[in-house]
Design a protein. Structure first.
Length: 256
């Protein structure tokens, strides 16, 4: 056990030394990779996620989800879903990842769903947002908006099938919660906006760090016959915006 810990420690020290050496020897390259990561965050991540994250948290906190799910209540009641689950499913498939996961986590934290229900919901509340698929994949990668629409609809249909399958085959463990009215509290709305911004800053910080480390890895393997675009996209999906009509690797990226 101690030998494993020592190996991990040595690997961490080696990684730290190599990374520091990279920043000292190749400062221009590090600056460029950092700049491009921040640019992707500003142009892709923030516009596609900040507003949906704020709205989804506000919908849950204020109880507006009761209005959101009302037109679909009869259909989803046949699938034995609560109002909260209906709203999460709708928002997850409209706003995209990680909105669904964040809303499910919020419901579980507030004890409105059980752990098994939360795990079950993750299977059909995982989807890209229409804005991400249509604008980034459809328009930027394929130069065709209709392809983006088709990809989004295919994801939505799969989630509907999973929703139907799990609703009919799984025994749902429901927590009885008191039904309260809609309460719009300015302080709670402010907290939702702050929380969303905080989560997004963390996400962008991770993207920045991964981008710099990834550039260092690419520097080491540049002499080998490897698909650099594929390696980039596997570790950080926003790199897909840099693919220049190289469609062959998209299936590999999607499967991973």
């Amino acid at each position: 056990m101690n030998s494993k810990i020592k190996i991990k420690t040595l690997l961490l020290i080696l990684t730290a030394v190599l990374t520091i050496s990279y920043t000292v020897i190749f400062p221009e390259r590090m600056t460029k990779s950092s700049y491009l990561a921040i640019k992707r965050c500003i142009e892709i991540v923030v516009p596609s996620l900040l507003f949906p994250m704020c709205i989804s948290l506000i919908i849950l906190k204020t109880g507006i989800y009761k209005l959101l799910c009302f037109p679909f209540r009869f259909v989803f009641r046949l699938l034995r879903l609560s109002d909260e689950e209906i709203s999460v499913f709708i928002m997850a498939n409209i706003s995209g990842y990680p909105i669904g996961a964040l809303m499910i986590s919020q419901l579980y934290t507030e004890k409105k769903v059980t752990k098994s229900d939360a795990e079950r919901m993750l299977t059909f509340c995982y989807a890209p947002s229409p804005s991400f698929v249509i604008s980034l994949v459809g328009v930027i990668v394929f130069k065709n908006k209709n392809i983006g629409v088709l990809i989004y609809l295919s994801n939505l249909i799969v989630n509907l099938i999973l929703l139907l399958f799990y609703s009919l085959t799984q025994k749902i463990q429901r927590i009885n919660t008191e039904i309260t009215g809609i309460k719009i509290n300015p302080e709670e709305i402010s907290d939702c906006i702050y929380s969303s911004a905080q989560k997004l800053v963390k996400m962008c910080s991770i993207i920045l760090v991964i981008s710099v480390l990834l550039d260092f890895v690419i520097l080491l393997i540049e002499g080998f016959s490897l698909d650099i675009n594929l390696i980039k996209c596997i570790f950080e999906i926003s790199y897909i915006a840099e693919i220049k009509r190289d469609y062959n690797i998209l299936l590999i990226i999607a499967s991973l």
